[in-house]
Design a protein around this ligand. Structure first.
Ligand code: SF4
Ligand code: SF4
Length: 77
């Protein structure tokens, strides 16, 4: 049995710090960094457990996320 897994890339310099992505993530693996990007905004960071559902990509007004899905669990090749 394989569990769908995914990951996202986060273009931190494109982020405007609205934090809409944090509650939008079903497994709650996004949180706002205490650090700021060059524009002065806090940006999200990813913890383990992303499913590749793309909810963050859909809700982000600034196209910060790219979503990648894997058929096999991360680390299995
Ligand atoms: S939704 Fe997009 S712009 Fe808003 S905090 Fe998340 S990554 Fe940044
Ligand atoms: S793709 Fe889904 S699970 Fe992964 S970070 Fe975005 S909202 Fe969360």
């Amino acid at each position: 049995m394989s569990t769908p897994r995914g990951t996202v890339t986060i273009d931190v310099e494109a982020c405007k710090g609205c934090a809409l992505c944090v509650p939008a993530c079903p497994p709650q693996v996004l949180s706002m960094s205490p650090d700021r990007n060059r524009a002065g905004y806090h940006y999200p960071v990813l913890a383990d457990g992303c499913t590749g559902c793309a909810a963050c990509q859909l809700i982000c007004p600034d196209f910060v996320f790219e979503v990648y899905r894997a058929a096999r669990p991360a680390g299995v090749r």
